[in-house]
Design a protein around this ligand. Structure first.
Ligand code: GLU
Length: 475
């Protein structure tokens, strides 16, 4: 790291300051929105392997202008208060930008989850959850966590069960956390949601030729060459969807143990299978292994997709980045210093608060599903099918009566007659959200001559909404 590199938290604050400098807000309101309302630190002991182990965890609440507040819980060894607060602030802005009715929060536990057995992780998670639940830092109406780095459906299932045990009469207990497995009140499409959101964000970007030209690119998403850093939950889904459904060639992948390069494009499901079997990418046949994976961030491509963690594009490598378009699938992958360098070079950055908002968007759907106690589509699906059938049958009757000889293509009929299930509805809601949020950013990007980039536009939209909410209800 370069010594002049600001911390993650400072980076987020600097980006905030840049945006509010051109906004008409009172200094007092700017300050109120910027600060993190509270951070609770907990240290708790768990007896494991015959000894007591002490763990440190955090839950930060950045803004309660809307409640519940929302944001994931991260398990990583380098979790610290500054990082959790920066991530909580990003959640506030992210939720405002994509219009999910939440304030911003984030949690973290200092732990390397790979060092523990499953039953040990369950004990640790339940104990951490207990500490947060008894202070209402996990609560369907006040604070609703979700997965983040190092956590997933399994941890969320333990958390919801712990909450239910401690709140036996709360009929909305399942809404205390999102990202749960289906059998604990989860929703179809939540696991893929963040990666899916990255795909929808890119599709929307490429619907605007003016924006594509700003990134010195032409044409559509099909045929573009991408490098993906991190094949975790976000990167793996994004890479898989983009290559299988949009004709993107993933030429480079960066993982913990190195990178892979293939001019012809990597087969993502094969790489994922290889990683599962071998614990890393090294040795994957049919691609060049690059021991210094991070060097691939600087390789030539059309789209760079950092999908792992914060600060990977920083003052030490920003001026060597060759991608004309970066989409921040992770939170905070580009530091404020690197952002300035890249902007000067004319690189277009689709910012994290928009690009990775697919996760919290589908979390919102899950929370609504839990509060309404019914799966999406359960009431309408067959009614929708019946109406479609009515039309198809009428057309066929007309054709027979009039001797027109129309026959409806069987595949069309099949697809048209099928009512939407939960997964289709979730994807449709996510697609709509990503399109609308992008359009709100680009209106500011192109509509104001003091705004030159999408990040600043995103902050302006988000901060404007948070400010409006404070103004409407008072502090
Ligand atoms: N941890 C994810 C994020 O950073 C998801 C948060 C949520 O669903 O509440 O956006």
């Amino acid at each position: 790291m370069n010594v002049n590199e600001p911390s993650f938290r400072d980076s987020v604050d600097m980006m905030f300051d840049r945006a509010v400098a051109v906004m008409d807000l009172s200094p007092g309101l700017k300050q109120k929105i910027k600060v993190c309302n509270s951070t609770y630190t907990v240290r708790f002991g768990v007896r494991l392997r015959g000894a007591i182990h002490t763990f440190t965890g955090y839950r930060s609440v950045h803004s309660e202008h809307m409640e519940p507040v929302k944001g994931g819980i991260r398990y990583a060894i380098n979790v610290n208060q500054d990082e959790v607060e920066a991530l909580a602030a990003l959640m506030t802005y992210k939720c405002a930008l994509v219009e999910t009715p939440f304030g911003g929060s984030k949690g973290g536990l200092c732990i390397d989850p790979r060092q523990y057995e499953e039953h040990e992780l369950e004990q640790i998670t339940r104990r951490f959850a207990y500490e947060l639940i008894k202070r209402d830092l996990i609560n369907p109406a006040q604070n609703v966590p979700a997965p983040d780095m190092g956590t997933g459906e399994r941890e969320m299932a333990w958390i919801v069960d712990q909450y239910a045990r401690m709140n036996t009469t709360d009929i909305n207990a399942r809404a205390c956390v999102t990202g749960k497995p289906l059998n604990s009140g989860g929703i179809h499409g939540r696991v893929e949601a963040t990666g899916r959101g990255v795909q929808y964000a890119l599709r929307e970007f490429f619907r605007h030729p003016e924006d594509v030209a700003a990134a010195r690119l032409t044409g559509s998403l099909a045929g573009k060459r991408a490098i993906v850093q991190g094949l975790g939950n976000v990167g793996s889904h994004a890479a898989r969807f983009l290559s299988a459904e949009d004709g993107v060639t993933v030429t480079g992948i960066i993982e913990r143990d190195g990178g892979l390069w293939s001019e012809a494009g990597l087969n993502i499901p094969d790489v994922l299978d290889w990683m599962k079997a071998h614990g890393g990418v090294q040795g994957f046949p049919g691609a060049t292994y690059v021991p210094d994976g991070a060097s691939l961030l600087e390789a030539e491509c059309d789209i760079l997709i950092p999908a792992a963690m914060e600060g990977v594009i920083n003052l030490t490598n920003a001026d060597r980045i060759r991608a004309p378009l970066i989409i921040e699938a992770a939170n905070g992958p580009v530091t404020a210093g690197a952002d300035a360098i890249l902007r000067k070079k004319g690189v277009v950055i689709i910012p994290d608060m928009y690009a990775n908002a697919g996760g919290v968007t589908v979390s919102y759907f899950e929370w609504v599903k839990n509060l309404s106690h019914i799966r999406f589509g359960r009431m309408q699906r067959r009614a929708e099918e019946a109406r479609h059938r009515l039309l198809v049958e009428e057309l066929e009757t007309l054709s027979a009566d009039q001797g027109l000889g129309w026959t409806l293509n069987a595949d069309f009929k099949d697809r048209y007659l099928r009512g939407s299930d939960e997964l289709e509805l979730v994807r449709s809601g996510l697609d709509d959200t990503m399109r609308i949020a992008y359009q709100s950013m680009r209106e500011v990007w192109h509509g104001r001559n003091d705004v030159d980039d999408l990040r600043m536009a995103a902050y302006i939209v988000a901060i404007g909404r948070v400010a409006a909410s404070y103004r409407a209800k008072g502090l």
